[in-house]
Design a protein around this ligand. Structure first.
Ligand code: ZN
Ligand code: MN
Length: 255
């Protein structure tokens, strides 16, 4: 039987049950509902991992679980913070508990290989905690879980091709060249080209403070200019992700 789709939510239960016989990698995209400037939709942080996961899953005959599309709270220095309408954060314990529950359920179905692909900077340690607790829950069942944030796969060579004016670092790359280019590649219909912001980089001190200082954050919500974004740069990053993430998944989970 040919599997009709890699998307778990689109499979019937007998199709999913049949797919488990080949011991597939199940990808879990994680993200956030958060402002991404005036030109990108608020779902960027889960839309990109979902597209990336589907791309890798097709190469390794895997399955993509529905994304966790809420994430840990937006911080001013990395996502613009909570001051924008729509940025909708979970408490860290809620995110950890959700990751833990979902992975434990997958293991109960017989899944033994999971790859979490995250797209929201602030999520990482709460996801790691959820994975670690799930591993403790399931004990010695052979479950293996890999976890990555997609931009960590970008090589120096790719960064030099994409950031012709220098890479500002992932913290400032919110709604800027990296995410805008990848969205232009994977979801061109969702990018408002006529609203791409060209503001100066955010200048913030090297600390956080509560209540959040909204004055630190550029009005656009983009933490630096997105003017140099292009679909070609998105395609370049996607091709490198495909090559290197597929290799890492094969090496760690399928060999
Ligand atoms: Zn983002
Ligand atoms: Mn984010």
């Amino acid at each position: 039987m040919n599997q009709p789709t890699v998307m778990m939510a689109e499979l019937t239960w007998p199709e999913f049950a049949a797919s488990l016989e080949r011991d597939p990698v199940v990808f879990l995209p994680t993200g956030m509902l958060e402002q991404h400037g005036p030109h990108l939709p608020m779902g960027v942080d889960h839309l990109l991992p979902t597209a990336i996961a589907a791309m890798i899953a097709r190469d390794v005959d895997g399955i993509v679980a529905p994304p966790l599309n809420y994430g840990y709270k937006s911080m001013p220095r990395t996502g613009g913070g909570p001051g924008f309408p729509g940025s909708t954060g979970l408490d860290g314990a809620t995110l950890s508990a959700t990751v833990r529950d979902v992975i434990r359920e997958f293991a109960r179905h017989g899944v033994r290989r999971v790859c979490v692909i995250d797209g929201h900077f602030e999520n990482l340690w709460f996801i790691n905690e959820g994975i670690d607790l799930a591993m403790r829950d399931v004990g010695g069942t052979g479950l293996q879980v890999m976890c990555l944030q997609h931009w960590d796969f970008l090589t120096q060579e790719t960064l030099e091709d994409v950031f012709t004016e220098g890479y500002p670092g992932i913290e400032l790359e919110h709604a800027a060249v990296l995410e805008t280019s990848l969205m232009m590649h994977f979801y061109p219909a969702l990018v408002h080209l006529d609203r791409i912001p060209d503001n100066a980089p955010m200048e913030a001190p090297p600390y956080d403070i509560w209540p959040a200082r909204t004055a630190w954050v550029p009005d656009s919500g983009a933490l630096t200019s997105a003017a140099q974004a292009s679909a070609e740069k998105g395609a370049l990053m996607a091709a490198q992700y495909r090559r290197d993430m597929t290799a890492a998944v094969r090496r760690e989970l399928l060999s």
